[in-house]
Design a protein around this ligand. Structure first.
Ligand code: DAT
Ligand code: MG
Length: 141
């Protein structure tokens, strides 16, 4: 089942120069890049992107962090890419993320909040469609 997923290299990943390493893992796995853009996200776009988390205690700090610098926004495509990328990314908390994953190998947890976990990846077909429409309206079907 070929799918598309919306992936973000978050500001910590771009700042730390890990964009290439993260792309290497995605391409190495065999997923195809459909879109790739370095972008300073606007607050309104992030509010749409993180609408499911509005009202949670970490929402404010999360949006603030995502505004702190450019993100690399990607659409990737491949067989079961939605769960496949989440598997590459590892658990949300970098300390708990398995070695071998992006967050497990490269995530930093000391003195940082959990939200600085390098990457975002869509978690379901519906959220991928919603997120691709937000970030890349030209690609929306
Ligand atoms: P994921 O990014 O693994 O899909 P999520 O959708 O539950 O995780 O949360 C979105 C982001 O919000 C996550 O990447 C980091 C941040 N976040 C989640 N839970 C958090 C918490 N308990 N404290 C601080 N930040 C959190
Ligand atoms: Mg999520």
């Amino acid at each position: 089942m070929t799918q598309r997923s919306l992936v973000l290299v978050k500001p910590d990943g771009v700042r730390r120069g890990l964009t290439g390493e993260i792309l290497r893992r995605i391409e190495g796995k065999g997923y195809t890049l459909v879109a790739l853009e370095l972008r300073q996200a606007a607050a309104e776009l992030l509010a749409q992107h993180y609408a499911e988390h509005e009202g949670k205690p970490f929402y404010g700090p999360l949006v603030e962090f995502m505004l702190s610098g450019p993100v690399a926004a990607l659409v990737i495509e491949g067989e079961r890419v939605i769960e496949g990328f989440r598997s590459l990314a590892g658990a949300t908390d970098p300390t708990m993320a398995a070695p071998g994953t992006i967050r497990g190998d490269l995530g930093r947890d000391w003195g940082l909040a959990v939200q600085q976990n390098l990457v975002h990846g869509s978690d379901a077909v519906e959220s991928a469609e919603r997120e691709i429409a937000i970030w890349f309206p030209n690609l929306a079907n």
